[in-house]
Design a binder for this molecule. Structure first.
Ligand code: HEM
Length: 132
């Protein structure tokens, strides 16, 4: 008897995947708006929402579902909140800086440091909690 593949996949990544697809809608919406307006100023905002919000979050969700020990860990929770607090702040701050609001640079820098910290927590989680 083989276990059905469904039983090997944990639901722990579902919230990651649902949020990731919301970031994808926002990122793609911005891409369509840039194309339609022929104004590409927000290109870096589009790229970061899609790559950190959609791609990185979705991959983390899949990794956490396949390795639920990592997905249910304290590090995963810290990773989740660092990612989802920093990214919306980063996207808005980056959009403001690209629009000329240089005074927002410190907020942008702080959000980027938080986002990078989230990635380091993800890496620590992978190394500490992925087991055969
Ligand atoms: C229907 C979906 C999408 C549309 C309409 C769209 C549209 C665009 C547009 C108009 C640009 C600027 C191109 C230029 O300046 O010549 C761009 C750049 C880019 N897009 Fe998208 N995009 C889509 C999906 C995605 C996705 C899913 C990702 C990543 C997962 C992505 C990542 C990027 C990157 C990395 C750049 C380059 C940014 C830069 O040069 O600063 N895009 N996209």
């Amino acid at each position: 008897m083989h276990a059905s593949p469904r039983t090997l996949i944990s639901p722990v990544g579902i919230v990651w995947l649902k949020l990731a697809v919301l970031y994808l809608i926002v990122g793609v919406g911005l891409g369509i708006a840039m194309g339609a307006s022929e104004n590409f100023t927000m290109r870096p905002v589009h790229a970061h929402i899609n790559l950190l919000g959609w791609t990185t979050m979705a991959l983390a969700g899949l990794v956490y579902s396949v390795f639920p020990e990592a997905g249910a860990s304290r590090l995963a929770k810290i990773h989740f909140w660092l990612n989802n607090i920093s990214l919306p702040v980063m996207a808005i701050a980056l959009a403001l800086v690209l629009s000329g609001a240089r005074q927002v640079v410190p907020v942008l820098a702080a959000s980027e440091i938080l986002a990078a910290a989230g990635i380091l927590v993800f890496a620590a989680n992978i190394f500490l909690n992925l087991r055969k």
